[in-house]
Design a protein around this ligand. Structure first.
Ligand code: PMP
Length: 422
């Protein structure tokens, strides 16, 4: 029989878009790896709280007190969702990019950072002020672990950090996070997990994965924009100065004896949350975490496997389609898949899917230029820019198409995409 639908209705199911050929169709949102639609329940929770929000940690007024309570409760919900250990810190940020830049800002002097070239720019670029070792794209999860072992083995003493993405935003492939974390720890390194793409699809448990930190974005986890998280070991976060200087991060501020300004910073998460906290964002993120936990990742994974199977069976029948993959067709992957269509510029293909079929997919280089160059086997400079479709490029353009789905994706969207691609 048909399995019961996931109890995770999302917004946007009734959005209709015009077609160039006339008429309109329900929009098929097949770019959920970029941002997922918010859960109806998250929206309802936010709407119920909206009349009552006030500024966090800012006074005795009832609404400020209530917001402070909800903000701190949201922090505990997120900590639980991420399997944080008792002494881990949970810092609210704007999103994954912000979280990783925050971590980069607190690294001890002389930290060596190890990243694979396969990383998203958000997990590749923040470390550039440090000594960065970039590892070649591995061809299997085992090779990834071996390559990291080898690089760490030859590294000098001193603080070391490995940054790795749990599920690729390009291939959807799942990386061996725990094995990489163990390899890191064997060599005295720490590991931060970029869970932007993993967390919406699989349970992320810091303790179980043995990772030191995790970063994620609310807007990919069925909450609206504005809030993300960096969670993990407190020591480096407490030892470094604040990510942003300002109110909220400062415990006491005095005129210094030298005529300047002296400050004592907070130690807890507030140290890196200067400014008025985004309580609505944190509340929405926590609401999404609760909804996902209650629905259960088992069911979510089962539904995605169904959709992925449907998509790949269909694509396998189209000889012009070449799937992009590092680890091969049998690799474990989330609901994210990229490919090129022989004879087509991917950006033109994506534009046609939108204009003629009401289907939204991503095209371009997915903010992962080195990975795309490796996957497409081309050395020339990319014509497109991160975040923008390739402009005016010919058929040889270095770009690809990505289809990604989530909890609310119906079979019909996948079927329409396949019919349009055939
Ligand atoms: N890491 C990965 C793997 C991603 O897919 C993304 C978003 N595409 C990011 C980091 C950055 O997330 P955000 O834009 O929310 O900061």
């Amino acid at each position: 029989g048909t399995p019961a639908p996931l109890p995770l209705p999302v917004l946007g199911r009734d959005v209709r878009v015009p077609l160039v050929t006339g008429g309109e169709v329900p929009y098929a949102a097949l770019d959920q790896a970029a941002s997922a639609p918010a859960l109806q329940r998250v929206w309802d929770d936010v709407a119920a709280y909206a009349p009552y929000y006030g500024s966090v940690h800012r006074g005795a007024g009832h609404l400020s007190q209530l917001s402070t309570e909800l903000y701190e409760q949201s922090r505990r919900t997120v900590a639980e969702f991420l399997g944080c250990r008792a002494d881990d810190e949970v810092v609210f940020t704007r999103a994954t990019t912000d979280s990783l830049n925050l971590l980069a800002s607190v690294l001890p002097a002389g930290t060596r950072v190890f990243v694979f070239e396969t990383e998203h720019h958000a997990s590749l670029l923040p470390w550039r002020a440090h000594d960065v070792t970039v590892l070649d794209a591995p061809r299997s999860p085992e090779q990834a672990v071996a390559a990291l072992e080898e690089a760490l083995h030859g590294a000098p003493r001193g603080p070391k950090l490995v940054c790795v993405t749990g599920a690729s935003n390009v291939t959807g492939e799942v990386w061996p996070v725990r094995e990489l974390a163990r390899a890191a720890h064997r060599h005295g390194a720490r590991l931060v997990l970029d869970a932007a793409q993993l967390a919406p699809h699989r349970p992320v448990d810091l303790a179980e994965l043995e990772a030191d930190w995790v970063a994620l974005s609310g807007h990919k986890l069925y909450a609206p924009f504005g809030a993300g998280v960096l969670a993990g070991r407190a020591d480096w976060l407490r030892a470094a100065g604040p990510y942003l200087a300002g109110g909220g991060a400062s415990r006491t501020v005095t005129r210094g004896a030298d005529g300047g300004v002296d400050v004592a910073w907070h130690t807890g998460p507030a140290r890196h949350e200067a400014g008025s906290p985004n309580v609505i964002g944190a509340y929405a993120l926590a609401s999404a975490c609760r909804a996902l936990r209650e629905a259960g990742f088992d069911r979510l994974v089962a539904r995605e496997e169904e959709l992925l199977g449907r998509l790949r069976r269909g694509l396998a029948e189209i000889p012009q389609v070449r799937e992009l993959s590092l680890f091969g067709p049998e690799a474990d992957r989330v609901g994210v898949l990229s490919f090129v269509v022989d004879g087509w510029n991917s950006s033109h293909f994506a534009a046609a899917l939108s204009a003629e079929h009401g289907i939204g997919v991503r095209d371009g280089l997915f903010c992962a230029h080195p990975l795309l160059r490796t996957l497409l086997g081309r050395e020339q400079d990319a014509p497109g820019e991160c975040g923008a479709p390739d402009a005016g490029a010919g058929e040889q353009a270095l770009n690809a198409i990505r289809v990604s789905f989530g909890a609310g994706t119906p079979d019909e969207h996948v079927d329409r995409f396949l019919a349009a691609t055939r």
